[in-house]
Design a binder for this molecule. Structure first.
Ligand code: GTP
Ligand code: SPV
Ligand code: MN
Length: 603
């Protein structure tokens, strides 16, 4: 240790795990700033996990659940002021505001380091600093990235252990290289007044303070895999996207890989774990990933994708054996639950779980709750953290360092009106336009008002680490490096009838739409041309035995020209905001669509 420091020597358990000098000196700098009592390196072993779990229970951070029914499962209750991502406290710190773009909050990097540095100063006094080395992506994959998160939260450590390849393998892969993401996190006193999530793409660095929840603090996920990832992807010629990845196996045993971007809490986990209905008995859907997709053109001219994560941080409410049986099986063991309700016998409960509503539970804040209460027992953004290895339909390719080749990309928002059930873009540029103009009703995944339509291009509005117009340009540029571009589709599972009912049954029934998508990707299904794009012909869209009236399906697919002209007006506001960098192709796509719709209206 530097002789000039005045602190007592720190204990550093496990420091012999790595001899990487860049890592050692960065940890030393961070420890000098945050002044923890102890530094503990995580090796990612089972023994270590068992010990951390014991400590977390002892300190009241975790509550053990019924170990007979839910072996290895624990409940965490976060601070009620800290239950979702905080987009207004999330910043991209690039040298210029223009680089971050109108889509991001911005602070100049030295100013952000200074302000957060003050908050970090001494923030780990009396606490332990955990060193969490992790890999995003299959071990040994050329597409994988390494990060190290320094955190004073054991909850973060345990979650990172599930969500990433954590510990020894990460250090082995890193070796002596300086090329790793530097993440520093302190929960401080969990005060929204002192909560900031700052990204420094130029330094491959993330500083997060004042939160202990999800995407704010599991720095490998939204912060590295999406915000920093998208920035690096543009520089290095690949894509970091808020997408699930699935393998769709047809009755002949051929598997087609599909990636799909839906905004937060709009159905990625459910779609990624889809179980086909009886009619599609011989089809299988394999999960590669449920939230994040990194894609890169391969030497064969196709786009190859990996899931950088190793677990699922999924929405609990609404999950049940009817809607998502694979998720229910996945979360039945070795799972951490956050902000769900707990029954008297140590089981978990949330709105929309199977079975009878229990008479009494402890709600997500640990308060007594009675059946019929107007308040929710589980927080609407309560989550499970489960290892992907638990998933009975985990794709055999999920750990493949080469990834999987993507044949179709799907964009889907949550829209009660206007947007039809499914359509295919005319070409790549039009597909990029469909993604770029996605709108979706806001959900509980981020703090703020729920249910208002906002533009959420490619489901990346909260996650794009640089200017959104430049991001669209990067999408268009991918056509130059990718010979066999995926076909692009748009879906909406959430359209409602005049009485507020869903027009489309969703969940497993989405297989009907998925089959058309897969068939179209292989050029073996018919379609009609409409002003918006290609839509399925009746003979190519298998609806036999569908669980809703066919009139509802027709309504879900209908195009209301007047509503579309309003929609296009709304798109213009977004385009204007990003005018400085909006690619010309997209501006023209919008005008072309207006012209087509006006002609359709004139009869
Ligand atoms: P993040 O983890 O926040 O990125 O969310 P996600 O996109 O993975 O969403 P998820 O699959 O967890 O679904 C969120 C909510 O949408 C849940 O309440 C689901 O029950 C509901 N949902 C998912 N798929 C469908 C569907 O096909 N139809 C309808 N009506 N609801 C759905
Ligand atoms: C999302 O909000 O898209 C999530 C949850 O996947 S979080 O990790 O909190 O960002
Ligand atoms: Mn997500």
């Amino acid at each position: 240790m530097n002789a000039a420091t005045t602190q007592p020597p720190r204990e550093a358990a496990g420091a012999d795990l790595s001899k990487n000098p860049h890592l050692a000196s960065w940890i030393e700098t961070c420890a000098r700033l945050t002044k923890p009592d102890r530094v503990v390196w995580c090796d990612g072993s089972e023994e270590e996990k068992a010990q951390f779990l014991t400590e977390a229970v002892r300190d009241g951070l975790l509550v053990p659940l019924n170990q007979e029914r839910l072996p290895g499962c624990y409940l965490h209750r976060s601070n009620p002021n800290d239950v979702a991502r905080v987009e207004h406290l999330t910043f991209i710190c690039t040298p210029t505001r223009e680089e971050a773009g109108p889509n991001n909050n911005w602070i100049e990097p030295s100013e952000a380091y200074r302000r957060l540095g003050n908050l970090f100063d001494g923030s780990m006094r009396g606490r332990t600093m955990y060193v969490v080395p992790y890999v995003m992506g299959p071990l040994g994959s050329p597409m994988a990235k390494i990060g190290v998160e320094l955190t004073d939260s054991l909850y973060v450590v345990l979650n990172m252990g599930i969500m990433t390849r954590m510990g020894r393998p990460a250090l082995a892969m890193l070796g002596d290289s300086p090329d790793f993401n530097r993440g520093l996190h302190s929960t401080l006193d969990v005060n929204p007044e002192r909560r900031f999530i700052c990204h420094f793409p130029g330094d491959n660095t993330i500083w997060s303070v004042g939160s202990g929840y999800g995407g704010n603090v599991l720095l490998g996920k939204k912060c590295l895999a999406l915000r920093i990832g998208s920035y690096l992807g543009r520089r290095e010629g690949w894509m970091a996207e808020h997408m699930l990845i699935m393998g769709v196996e047809d009755p002949n045993g051929e598997t087609t890989y599909v990636a799909a971007a839906f905004p937060s809490a709009c159905g990625k986990t459910n779609f990624a774990m889809l179980i086909p209905p009886k009619r599609f008995e011989r089809w299988k859907v394999w999960t590669v990933g449920d939230d994040i997709c990194w894609m890169r053109p391969g030497p064969d001219g196709r786009l190859w994708a990996i899931n950088p994560e190793a677990g699922y941080f999924g929405v609990a409410p609404g999950t049940n054996y009817a809607s998502n049986p694979n998720a229910m099986r996945t979360i039945s063991r070795n799972t951490l639950y956050t902000n769900v309700a707990m029954t008297g016998d140590g089981d978990v409960y949330w709105e929309g779980k199977d079975g009878e509503v229990p008479d009494e539970v402890l709600d997500w804040q640990g308060r007594p709750w009675k059946k019929g209460s107007l308040e929710k027992a589980a927080h609407p953004n309560s989550r499970f953290t489960a290892p992907m290895a638990n998933n009975p339909m985990l794709s055999p390719r999920a750990n493949d360092p080469a990834g999987v080749p993507i044949s179709a990309i799907v964009f889907g928002g949550r829209r009660s009106d206007t947007v039809p059930l499914v359509l295919q873009s005319f070409n790549w540029t039009h597909g990029v336009y469909l993604g770029a103009t996605m709108g979706s009703e806001t959900t509980a995944a981020a703090t703020g008002k729920v249910g208002v339509v906002r533009r959420d291009p490619m489901a990346m509005l909260p996650f794009c680490g640089y200017d959104m117009g430049d991001y669209f340009g990067h999408w268009l540029n991918m056509a130059k490096s990718t010979r066999y571009l995926p076909k692009v589709f748009q879906v909406n599972w959430f359209r409602k009838g005049s009485d507020g009912r869903f027009l489309w049954p969703g969940y497993g029934e989405n297989m009907r739409v998925l089959k058309w998508i897969v068939d179209r990707a292989h050029g073996r299904a018919g379609a009609w041309e409409t002003p918006l794009g290609w839509v399925p012909k009746q003979v190519d869209f298998d609806l036999s035995g569908v669980s809703v009236p066919l009139e509802d399906v027709d309504e879900a697919q209908s195009i209301d020209v007047d509503a579309w002209l309003v929609e296009l007006h709304d798109q213009k506001e977004f385009f204007d905001k990003h005018q400085a960098t909006m690619p010309r192709e997209l501006v023209l796509q919008r005008e072309l669509l207006i012209a087509r719709l006006e002609r359709a209206r004139s009869g």
